[in-house]
Design a protein around this ligand. Structure first.
Ligand code: UFG
Length: 327
């Protein structure tokens, strides 16, 4: 039975990948410090190593504990806005922890590695949709930290033969269609859960960050991809790593403005989303839409939830059933 170590496996994206691996009968161990992840997101029967990637000892102990078929690395600081306020903290944490983990994989003979990367490394893209050959120029320290890890994996492959899949997510949204998992960040900063909570009357009106962008309605355009579709993409990418490394952009190839998302929440929930117009949020590019043709051509992967309303509907159901999140 394949055996995987998943860092950040109790977090939003990581927990959905853990569920997908468990669903197909693989053995999974989660390495998570629970700083943003949730114990309740760890499935019954899955071992949780509650530890920090900053600890060399903890990382070495985990990697030396038996044979691993791959390490999947999700644990990271991941907020663009925060990274603009505390850049050195972001760079040190994400790069330091990532390099420590990659090095331990090499020393312990782990053959494959998956890096959760980001569209944030394209900064202000020079073309859209964004394919894997688009110019890379991170517009914020968060994106920069992922870029350094992408380059580290390039050299880990060249010199040590560690095969890797770099998966650059656009905007992960939605939640497990079976209702087992959901999105619960504290504090929450992401558009879809905030808009749903505003519609449910659980939060103040949503602030629309910026209405003067060069887009048709003046608000930012993003590519929302269902988190369970990200999960199937990870399974597909793992199968590619026998004799090469791969890099894929992962989105649904559809751009939606902030106001489009609010309208979708209103359609799904049948209630208005109270909102106010606010200034731009520093670090936000106007448009980020993925060209995901490469992973589709090479693996056959297709998003199951292509329509925004379907993505929002899964998120709405989870938040309705879990008014206080995971607690
Ligand atoms: N937005 C608002 N009001 C809010 C929250 C968000 O208008 O209260 C807007 C943002 O300005 C942005 C859009 O909604 O235009 C999406 O914002 P999110 O915070 O939901 O997501 P981001 O696009 O900032 O970032 C997400 C991930 C990053 C990843 C990026 C890649 O959080 O880790 O997608 O596209 F790098």
């Amino acid at each position: 039975m394949p055996r995987y170590l998943v860092t950040g496996g109790a977090g939003f994206v990581g927990s959905h990948i853990v569920a997908a691996l468990c669903d197909r009968g693989d053995e999974v161990v989660i390495f998570d410090n629970l700083s943003t992840g949730h114990r309740a997101a760890v499935p019954a029967g899955v071992r949780l190593i509650e530890a920090d990637l900053a600890s060399q000892q903890a990382v070495d102990d985990a990697l030396a504990d038996g044979k691993w078929d791959a390490v999947l690395h999700f644990a990271a600081l991941s907020l663009v806005g925060d990274s603009m306020r505390t850049p050195l903290y972001y760079l040190q944490a994400n790069i330091g922890n990532g390099l420590r983990l990659i090095d331990a994989c090499i020393r312990n003979g782990v053959p494959r590695f998956i890096l959760s990367s980001t569209a944030a490394l394209f900064g202000m893209p020079d073309r859209t949709p964004i394919d894997e050959l688009a110019r890379i120029d991170p517009g914020n320290p968060y994106g920069e930290s992922k870029l350094v890890l992408e380059r580290a994996l390039f050299w880990a492959d060249q010199i040590h033969g560690l095969r890797s899949a770099v998966l650059r997510y656009f905007n992960a949204a939605g939640s497990d269609p079976d209702g087992r998992l959901g999105e619960d960040h504290r504090p929450e900063t992401h558009l879809v859960p905030l808009a749903i909570d505003a519609a449910m009357g659980r939060r103040p009106p949503l602030q629309v960050f910026g209405t003067d962008y060069p887009t048709p309605d003046g608000t930012c355009i993003r590519d929302y991809v269902h988190v369970s579709d990200l999960a199937t993409a990870h399974l597909a990418a793992l199968d590619q790593l026998d004799d090469r490394s791969v890099t894929y952009n992962l989105g649904s190839a559809n751009g939606h403005s902030v106001l489009d998302v609010l309208r979708s929440v209103e359609r799904v929930g049948g209630r208005p989303v109270p909102h106010t117009m606010a200034p731009r949020r520093p670090g936000d590019p106007p448009v980020l839409v993925a060209a995901s043709g490469k992973i589709t051509a090479e693996t056959g992967w297709q998003p199951r939830f292509a329509a925004l309303d379907d993505i929002v509907a899964t998120a709405w159901r989870w938040r309705e059933a879990h008014p206080h999140g995971y607690c």
